[in-house]
Design a protein around this ligand. Structure first.
Ligand SMILES: [Zn+2]
Length: 720
């Protein structure tokens, strides 16, 4: 809608133009047209002219920020945003631009503080549309820098302010599904209400509303006022600790969580969760070690290659030389992996003792016109001596002096130990169950012992084993075990945790028993049970329908062990038409499990039962049909695949969602380009690039479907 004198003034005052910058209405109208047509340089010239007559006009400053930002002139944008915010620190548009600028400059703490100031200009539950863009950008920045708690909280906020935005949903979905982020970091939250007997219940309710609506500074102030009553209700510490997480005050957060966990009124499991939440924070630990690159010359490269290729511990890795030619540098001639022991003899049992792991890798560069032949070794610093002495033993005098060394990254001790990189000889017929047993015995026998005797920062540098059996350390030790388990491959986490608890004298977690009541009572029970404890629930009295509801929730997080338990429970009950939806969901999970464990042919056998459940539930069978087609292809039945797809396209051509799913499948299989054109006829000219994975939507960028920069209209600069 074009601007008129009754429109809200683009200066952000919140008043109508006729009561505000009324004399500039014509200029604003012209500017709005030019901006929405993308005439940025002409607009800028006009603004500069207008500013001679109207210096420091907020609407003009806002338009200038927009132009610089949209055209990627970031230095000028930072200056313009600084000027605008300096002149109008209370104007939400100025705050939004300041938040954008701080975020783009990577100053996350300042950006967050500015964002919260902006949100607090509105009443709880409302947000100025100008803040949505910088809010989304800040979420991605926080995720990139490992500040998970504020990232998750802001992503949920963005979603609640923007329930219809697909990008906001995709961003949150991506966080939920991420295997890198433990469930506790995604779902730990403050209490929505204080207990009935807490004297300042209303004040806490006020704080909770503010925390839930992004009024974090106000909420935090209220909690701090209430803190003198924490003796009566220690959960105040946990709520406050969370707000400290959000603001990046990590020491204060850890301190609050410790106070909460130390209270005898707090149940063991809750204390353990709060302590592990603080331990999950990504911050430097005293056992962090560097991954380094060391360069050594090679006097006789031909001889060196011959020696390397004849060593049973040096494995030549296939690699793409193009990957290394960026920047005009010559590519290496070989890439090698060094394993810590030779491969076992064919047919010997697979054990931790005889299965090698990678010690390090190196690239081999032949002689260049101005440079001797060399190797570039990438290695975890503590393993450097081992690697060098091994290479000396293979190459002898052909390992020349060190000519360079640099740190590539830093990794915690734990990270290195939790991901053992077992190597199997090419062509060795090792069964999947042998690999699983190998990893299990690594975690439960080798790793468990190492971890128990390794000095731990959270225990003042003591190894956990030293505090075993001490009742006053039980909560902390249990939290450490839980933290390690959260970071371990889910397949082995429970087994490892049980071993560690046993050796530390900590009780094993008890099963969680839901009430034997109506479905809504059962669901209410689960709603009040942290989601990372659901895998401990005793499901033997939970109905199929309730399991279906729970399955729907847990599927958002792709938490496989709970998904498997719920679907098993549903399918173990007699099939009842009223549970069709739950059965459909359960089959979808089971098809995935069976496909991975027993192969696609077995998974295919489940499709008819799944379709039957879908029909009874009135759910489209489209995604099952596509699953079926994909399995045909996996089994090498190209003709059946073709038939299934053709009939699918004919039957569902009027269903946009089904057709989008089809396109996604064809893209995943590399048959279609992302723009929908067939790959064979694509412009790539035969160059086979790997297909992108469209199942992961792109991280949200500020110029997609959210206001202010789009929303389907041409509104860029004027208020909603
Ligand atoms: Zn105005």
């Amino acid at each position: 809608m074009p601007l008129d004198s009754h429109s809200l003034c683009p200066c952000g005052s919140g008043k109508e133009i006729r009561f505000c910058c009324s004399e500039m209405l014509k200029d604003f109208q012209q500017l709005e047209t030019m901006l929405s047509n993308g005439q940025f340089s002409a607009s800028l010239a006009m603004i500069e002219k207008l500013e001679e007559k109207h210096p420091n006009n907020a609407a003009l400053m806002a338009a200038k920020c927009l132009i610089f930002r949209e055209t990627g002139r970031f230095e000028e944008f930072f200056a313009a945003a600084g000027q605008f915010y300096g002149a109008y620190p209370q104007n939400v548009k100025a705050i939004a631009e300041n938040t954008f600028a701080r975020t783009l400059a990577g100053e996350n703490a300042e950006a967050l503080s500015s964002l919260i100031d902006g949100i607090e200009k509105n009443e709880p539950g409302k947000i100025d549309g100008n803040l949505l863009g910088p809010l989304a950008l800040l979420v991605t920045n926080l995720l990139d820098t490992g500040q998970i708690y504020p990232a998750v909280a802001l992503a949920k906020l963005l979603r609640s302010f923007n329930p219809k935005s697909r990008e906001a949903a995709a961003l949150l979905g991506q966080i939920y599904r991420s295997k890198e982020i433990p469930l506790i970091e995604k779902e730990i939250t403050f209490d929505p209400a204080a207990p009935d007997d807490f004297p300042f219940r209303d004040k806490y309710a006020d704080a909770a509303v503010r925390l839930a609506t992004g009024h974090w500074k106000e909420g935090k102030a209220l909690l701090e006022e209430l803190l003198s009553c924490a003796g009566q209700w220690p959960n105040l510490y946990r709520s406050l600790g969370l707000v400290h997480f959000w603001f990046g005050d990590l020491d204060k957060a850890a301190d609050a969580m410790k106070k909460f966990a130390a209270s005898e009124r707090v149940p063991f499991d809750d204390a353990v969760d709060a302590l592990s939440a603080a331990m999950m924070l990504r911050r430097p630990l005293s056992d962090d070690a560097a991954v380094i690159q060391v360069v050594r010359t090679v006097p006789d490269p031909d001889k060196a290659i011959e020696l390397l290729l004849s060593s049973p511990r040096v494995i030549s890795m296939p690699f793409d030389p193009h990957q290394f030619t960026a920047g005009g540098q010559p590519a290496p001639s070989h890439a090698f992996r060094v394993i810590d022991r030779p491969f076992p003899e064919q047919g010997s049992p697979v054990t931790v003792e005889n299965t090698p792991v990678t010690l390090g890798t190196f690239l081999f560069f032949g002689r260049q016109t101005d440079r001797e032949a060399r190797i570039e070794i990438q290695i975890f610093e503590p393993d450097k001596e081992k690697m060098i002495s091994f290479l000396e033993s293979v190459l002898g005098g052909n390992l020349g002096p060190e000519t360079g060394s640099m740190t590539l990254s830093t990794l915690p001790w734990l990270f290195n130990r939790l991901g053992p990189d077992f190597q199997f000889k090419a062509g060795a017929a090792v069964k999947p169950e042998e690999v699983a047993a190998l990893y299990r015995s690594y975690f439960e026998e080798v790793f468990a012992g190492q971890w128990l005797s390794h000095p731990n920062d959270y225990l003042g540098g003591n190894p956990p084993a030293e505090l075993a059996g001490q009742p006053e350390s039980a909560r902390t030790l249990a939290a450490l075990v839980q933290t390690v388990a959260f970071q371990t491959d889910p397949q082995f986490a429970d087994g490892l945790a049980a071993v560690l608890r046993g050796r530390l004298g900590i009780p094993q977690p008890e099963p969680i028993v839901p009430p034997e009541g109506t479905d809504s009572e059962v669901l209410a029970f689960f709603q009040n049970t942290p989601i990372w404890r659901w895998n401990r629930a005793d499901l033997s009295h939970v109905s199929a329908a309730a399991c279906g509801q729970l399955l729907q929730v847990i599927s958002l997080f792709e938490e496989e062990s709970t998904m498997a338990r719920l679907s098993e429970r549903i399918l173990s009950l007699p099939a009842d038409e009223k549970d069709a939806q739950a059965r459909y969901l359960a089959y979808r999970v089971k098809i995935g499990i069976v496909e991975a464990a027993e192969g696609p042919a077995r998974a295919l056998e489940l499709i008819p039962e799944a379709k039957n459940a879908a029909r009874q539930a009135g759910i489209s069978e489209a995604s099952l049909e596509l699953r079926e087609a994909a399995i045909h292809l996996l089994l090498g039945r190209a003709e059946l695949f073709q038939q299934t797809i053709t009939s699918f396209a004919a039957r569902h051509r009027n269903e946009p969602e089904a057709m989008a799913e089809l396109q996604m499948l064809l893209m995943n299989l590399g048959i279609l380009n992302p723009d929908g054109t067939p790959r064979a006829a694509g412009p790539a000219g035969g160059a086979e690039a790997p297909a992108p994975a469209p199942s992961e939507p792109k991280l949200w960028t500020p110029d997609s479907d959210l206001p202010p920069s789009g929303d389907g209209s041409s509104k860029l600069w004027t208020p909603d």
